[in-house]
Design a protein around this ligand. Structure first.
Ligand SMILES: Cc1cc2nc3c(=O)[nH]c(=O)nc-3n(C[C@H](O)[C@H](O)[C@H](O)COP(=O)(O)OP(=O)(O)OC[C@H]3O[C@@H](n4cnc5c(N)ncnc54)[C@H](O)[C@@H]3O)c2cc1C
Length: 407
């Protein structure tokens, strides 16, 4: 019998629906509570694209979402790096692994939610968690609309600004803002990108800021800007600024970069999307307390430089369900889950934090750039790649409290 019979999953982004589906497979009745109102047309208004690594895709295979995600995504077959507008150099070492997949975030959300609902998970939108009452036998979650729900355990899949993290430990660290705001645009191909084959993604370190661009299957160029901004802005605040103002700033920032200047110049107000401030989560001392536990960005958001945030969130969601399925009680299941996950996610976060330094603007970053290439190459070397991208979960094999299976 699983360690819990019922679960409340707070957050319907990526970790939430995957956790709920896996919990259902583990024999635990799970329901998802998402703060945003239902908005299927735009995935709750989030927007932008997201890369899923082979380890994330393997995790999705376990919950039966791999084929649907693969069908909606496009493969990134070549990864290049370019510094100061020099021609991109191919990053080595990816060939043994299947390509990462690029997918519209909204489509990914819809696909994961659809999969969860197909397996019997109930998803409630417009349910923002504000408070939790803890009882010896379970938890009751209270939402801003005045409703509440009870279950044996509560899973905080509520992202970098997690309220569940704070409920578990009022002194928990907050997510650290990286002084970068994300934007995405779409332009036509032109001579400065014409040589790239579709499926090529270039990580470009421009004169004043980092950006990345990729050739889509239709030949058009998608691009993402990491705009330096000491002032933090929520997604809502960034979207309240007229797109023309952002375009002006982006055009100034990338004015001396090839092809950055053109990407910014040709992006229109209609195609520009603000996609949110970039954060990392410092190590979280307490992943769980009592009947509450954290998963995904709420407990381990690595820098977006790793390209692993979503994939790690999916892995953790499944490992948590596996621990609740196999270990004898809630406390040992949460302990086992943390033991299975903490080392891996903190190692990947540490690598991402080093690379993130090099994305900051200014002369210090210029110095970092000189160390950047070896770091990126190191990240691409076979051993690091195998550890990060070759990770798979043996869902069928039962876990025991034996430290060997949980290390
Ligand atoms: C610009 C940008 C680009 C990125 N690119 C990539 C990439 O290419 N590859 C990659 O792997 N990762 C990328 N990431 C990181 C990735 O988005 C996260 O790692 C991933 O979304 C984590 O999933 P999650 O479900 O834990 O959190 P989220 O996706 O943030 O979902 C949390 C959910 O919880 C809900 N919620 C919050 N508070 C409450 C509450 N009180 N009550 C109820 N619900 C609540 C939110 O509305 C949200 O739907 C990127 C991030 C950014 C910002």
């Amino acid at each position: 019998m699983p360690a819990a019979q019922t679960a409340l999953v707070i957050g319907g982004g990526i970790a939430g629906p995957v956790a709920a589906t896996a919990l259902g497979m583990a024999g635990i009745d799970a329901a998802v509570y998402e703060a945003r109102p239902a908005d299927p047309a735009s995935a709750n208004g989030i927007g932008g694209s997201l890369a899923i690594e082979p380890n994330g895709l393997a995790a999705l295979g376990i919950v039966g979402a791999e084929d649907a995600v693969r069908a909606a995504a496009s493969p990134i077959t070549h990864s290049m790096m370019s510094i100061a507008s020099k021609p991109g150099r191919e990053l080595p070492g990816r060939n043994e692994f299947p390509p990462r997949l690029l997918i519209d975030r909204g489509v990914l959300h819809r696909t994961l939610r659809d999969r969860a609902e197909q397996t019997g998970v109930r998803i409630h939108d417009g349910k923002k968690l504000i408070r939790v009452d803890e009882h010896p036998e379970g938890v009751t979650a209270h939402f801003t609309d005045g409703t509440s729900a009870s279950a044996d355990v509560l899973i905080g899949a509520d992202g970098v600004h997690s309220i569940v993290r704070r409920l578990i430990d009022p002194n928990a660290p907050s997510a650290r803002y990286l002084n970068l705001l994300g934007f995405e645009g779409l332009v036509d191909d032109a001579p400065d990108t014409a040589d790239l084959v579709p499926g090529t993604m270039t990580f470009a370190f421009g004169k004043r800021a980092y950006y990345l661009y990729w050739k889509r299957p239709d030949g058009r160029i998608g691009w993402g800007a990491n705009l330096p901004s000491p002032q933090y802005m929520s997604l809502k605040e960034a979207r309240a600024v007229p797109a023309e103002e952002w375009l002006h700033t982006l055009r100034t920032t990338y004015a001396n970069d090839v092809p950055g200047a053109r990407l910014a110049a040709e992006t229109t107000a209609e195609t520009l999307q603000a996609v949110g401030a970039l954060h990392i989560m410092p190590p979280v001392p307490h992943w769980h307390r009592g009947r509450m536990v954290l998963v995904g960005d709420a407990v381990h958001a690595p820098s977006n430089s790793t390209g692993q945030g979503a994939s790690l969130a999916m892995e953790s969601a499944i490992q948590l369900a596996r621990c609740l399925r196999d270990l004898p009680d809630v406390s040992s299941a949460f302990d086992g889950y943390e033991r299975l996950r903490r080392t891996r996610v903190e190692k990947i976060a540490a690598r991402g934090a080093r690379i993130s330094h090099a994305k900051a603007p200014g002369p210090i970053a210029q110095r970092f750039m000189r160390v950047l290439l070896p770091l990126m190459v190191k990240a691409s070397n076979a051993k690091t790649m195998a550890a990060e991208k070759g990770y798979t979960i043996d869902w069928e094999t039962p876990l025991t409290e034996d430290t060997k299976t949980l290390a």
